[in-house]
Ligand binder design. Structure first.
Ligand code: NAP
Ligand code: HSE
Length: 434
């Protein structure tokens, strides 16, 4: 048996650095568990001259990650550069085409090209492992692919982006601005190279697309996900939600309906005290509803060098042990074509924020429109008080509805917007009662 597994590492940033650190600190432990020594022997990144936290002077350097991926100097290619396109895509394809197992943390690549890459890996009989691509250090891929292999999954949802959860938590707990906390999340290595992927909900959508494929045995389908980010969430929304018994979280949700699959990503009010609401900071939580296992929730750090390196190295050890299974749980040829649920209206509660002209009849007019659309109100908060002798202006008017069809809610909001009683566009956030 070959005594050393030689790794080619493309990407030496937050995650690549974490992998070098883990393999150095836990060399003995990894050797014992892998059954052989595991060594990074060759590396690639953008800038050879960049000062790095880890000494790479004794490792073979490749300017071109595709050349590294194909090189006979390595046994496994580890892609930690990121991005849905080249060079990550070309390098992963080159490694698989030359029958080298691949480990990647790149959810954007998988969300766009997952099924094709799985087919290529299978054709060559090599592993395509991506535990680190979803929820950092949480072993959710293995859980879905192996631990829950005997279950039919009906629904999965959760907090899948550490950057957004960190931002929402710090805004809520410390009253800090969105922009200020985002900078901190970037400095901590949580954010994507382009943080609009995080805050715009796209990173969560990439991860949801991967989990949906694993959970429901369908081809990865990013295009059908409805995506809203957290950019419009204000400190006032967070405060109002809190007063009404909720926290705001960015959730990814996938549900298997008889007619097809529903996937959505959006900021969500979740009841305080629920396990998802209690998942704060960089932590992620993924809830899976299996028909035999019942509900289970996995919680842990969703981003950062150490948790992500932990997941990457788990995948490497799996390969060293000779474990192989289809990337998405069933042979790629057996993945069902993705079938989207018809655009059936989502049904649930809604948080609605209005900036109401502070004059008689305004609240009555809003209540009338909601009643016309058969929307029942659960609670209302109107803030703002008139300063002495100041002219009446506007006042925030917040309401929470009982469960209602989203189509009805949207119809009511478009009537409210043009009814002359609000000073700005109404905003709504969905509620999951959990
Ligand atoms: P990062 O800190 O920005 O590091 C990216 C690395 O890739 C750098 O070493 C960079 O080279 C190299 N690179 C980037 N573009 C390249 C190109 N065109 N050609 C060659 N090398 C290139 O990113 P990261 O946070 O480590 O993320 C890496 C991957 O892990 C991404 O897919 C990300 O989505 C995923 N991920 C990240 C986290 C996290 O917490 N950060 C968690 C889970 C998954 P230079 O160093 O020379 O600039
Ligand atoms: N930018 C991602 C996050 C990294 O914040 O969750 C982990 O995938």
């Amino acid at each position: 048996m070959q005594k050393t597994l030689r790794l080619g590492l493309a990407g030496l940033g937050t995650v690549g650095g974490g992998v070098l650190e883990l393999l150095a600190r836990h060399a003995g432990l990894v050797t014992a568990r892998a059954g052989k020594t595991v060594e990074v022997t060759a590396v690639s990144a953008r800038d050879k001259m960049k000062k790095r936290a880890h000494d790479i002077s004794r490792l073979r350097w490749f300017d071109d990650s595709v050349a590294l991926a194909k090189s006979d100097a390595i046994d496994v290619f580890v892609e930690l550069m990121g991005g849905e396109g080249d060079p990550a895509k070309a390098a992963v394809e080159a490694a698989l085409a030359s029958a080298k197992p691949v480990v990647t943390a790149n959810k954007a690549l998988l969300a766009h090209h997952g099924a094709a890459l799985a087919r290529l890996a299978e054709a060559k009989g090599v592993a395509l492992n991506f535990e680190a691509s979803v929820a950092g250090g949480i072993p959710i891929i293995k859980t879905l692919r192996e631990g829950l292999a005997g279950n039919r999954v009906g629904k999965l949802f959760g907090i899948m982006n550490g950057t957004c959860n960190y931002i929402l938590t710090k805004m809520a707990n410390e009253g800090r601005s969105f922009a200020d906390v985002l900078k901190e999340a970037q400095a901590l290595g949580y954010a994507e190279a382009d943080p609009s992927f995080d805050v715009g909900g796209f990173d969560t959508a990439h991860k949801l697309a991967v989990l949906t494929s694993l959970a429901f045995g369908s081809e990865v389908d990013l295009a059908s996900i409805s995506i809203e980010g957290i950019e419009a969430i204000t400190l006032a929304d967070i405060g109002n939600a809190s007063d009404m018994g909720y926290k705001i979280k960015l959730l990814g949700v996938a549900v298997a309906h008889a007619e097809g699959i529903e996937q959505r990503v959006h900021p969500t009010l979740v009841p305080k005290g629920s396990p998802v609401a209690d998942t704060d900071g960089v932590f992620n939580a993924v809830v899976v509803k299996g028909d035999f296992a019942g509900d289970l929730m996995l919680e842990g750090r969703g981003a950062g060098a150490h948790p992500t390196a932990s997941a990457v190295v788990a995948d490497i050890v799996d390969i060293a042990r000779g474990n192989w299974r289809p990337a998405f749980g069933v042979p790629a040829a057996d993945l069902k074509p993705y079938r989207a649920a018809p655009t059936k209206a989502h049904e649930g509660g809604f948080y609605v924020a209005l900036e109401l002209h502070d004059r008689p009849g305004a609240v009555a007019a809003i209540a009338r429109i909601l009643a016309d659309e058969k929307i029942s109100i659960e609670s209302i908060v109107q803030r703002g008080k008139q300063e002495k002798d100041a002219p009446r202006a506007t006042a925030p008017f917040i309401l929470i509805t009982h469960d209602t069809l989203e189509t009805a809610m949207r119809a009511a909001l478009s009537r409210i917007e043009t009814d002359g009683h609000v000073a700005s566009r109404p905003r709504m956030i969905r509620i999951e009662r959990l």
